[in-house]
Design a protein around this ligand. Structure first.
Ligand code: PEP
Ligand code: MG
Length: 323
């Protein structure tokens, strides 16, 4: 079993009918990056930067961050690395005094970009560090918890200023493409109005499912309800993918769902062409995709979107598996 998988290390991620699919890695350590590289990931689709801010009392300065980011870029030797700006708050509280920690509804509170915009100097420091790393290879900036276009406009302006500030110092810098996490339902529904303001989308199904179904992603008592196999979730995913595709920007899914080989036919049928997942799942997903016939899946996508409940979606998946 493991040996069969190992053979796929050097194989392309291509459907049976010859369509190439992009597999990116979610990474937050040197080991993840090494694994992603060795297993043939096309790049890093989600580099979570929270770890730099957790389990410590002082904030990392620009140089410390720059060294971590540049190291990631160099390790991926020319493949793009997508740095997600700080996503603290809610479940991930820090000790540095950034996150508020006393909110009634932390999941609906000051988290992700909202926290960054509350601490502008911290945000600008991170943007400068990422822009400096961008001088060493292809880099993208990804912003979490965006709910509206105005936020993108603000981030774009701050990114531009961060690049200019570094350039004034005479330090090497580049302007990375900017993308947003689609994980707030209103951002997903309004994807059309965000698509022409950014260079890429990354759908965060972990949060999107939580917010769309009003089900806490960490509440064990509700784990049965917390599932992407809900007709409303599938329709929204299809809508976001279509909006991105129409505007010719790449759309990835970077939530847990993307790393589940069982879900691959469903995501392909909804139009997805980029998956970002834990490196430990890369080969299994590649195998699953190589077993898919994209033409046949697309021919059955309308049927998938008409499914009325989870059982119908599961039946669709079981049939897709049989071919
Ligand atoms: C997500 O929400 O799907 C996601 C990838 O981000 P995180 O799990 O870090 O919130
Ligand atoms: Mg998220």
């Amino acid at each position: 079993e493991r040996r069969g998988l190992e053979r796929l290390r050097s194989k392309p991620t291509r459907t049976r009918d010859g369509v190439d699919i992009t597999l990116l890695a979610n990474a937050e350590s040197a080991e993840d990056l090494a694994r992603a590289h060795a297993l043939g990931a096309a790049g890093v689709g989600l580099f979570r930067t929270e770890f730099l801010f957790l389990q410590r009392d002082a904030l990392p300065d620009e140089d410390e961050q720059f060294h971590v980011y540049r190291d990631a870029v160099l390790r991926m030797s020319g493949r793009p690395v997508t740095f997600r700006t700080l996503d603290l708050g809610a479940d991930k509280a820090d000790r540095t005094g950034l996150s508020l920690g006393n909110e009634d509804n932390p999941a609906l509170g000051v988290r992700g970009l909202r926290l960054s915009l509350l601490h502008e100097a911290v945000f600008d420091t991170q943007l400068r560090a990422i822009a400096r790393a961008a001088a060493y290879g292809p880099v993208r900036v990804l912003v979490p918890m965006v709910s509206c276009r105005e936020e993108v406009v603000i981030v774009r302006r701050r990114l531009r200023r961060a690049v200019a500030a570094v350039r004034r110092r005479g330090v090497e810098v580049a302007t990375p493409p900017l993308g947003v996490m689609i994980e707030v339902p209103a951002a997903a529904i309004g994807a059309e109005s965000l698509a022409d303001a950014v260079e890429f989308f990354s759908i965060g199904t972990n949060d999107l499912v939580q917010y769309l179904l009003a089900v806490d992603r960490n509440n064990d008592a509700l784990s049965d309800l917390y599932s992407p196999l809900h007709p409303g979730v599938l329709r929204l995913l299809a809508h976001v993918i279509r909006a991105g595709t129409r505007h010719r920007i790449p759309v990835a899914v970077c939530g847990e769902m993307a790393g589940d080989p069982w879900m691959a036919p469903l995501l392909l049928a909804l139009g997805l062409r980029e998956f970002s997942l834990h490196p430990g799942k890369l080969l299994e997903l590649r195998r699953a995709i190589r077993e898919c016939d994209l033409g046949r899946l697309l021919a059955r996508s309308e049927q998938l979107l008409q499914a009325r409940d989870r059982q119908a979606i599961e039946r669709w998946l079981a049939e897709a598996r049989r071919g």
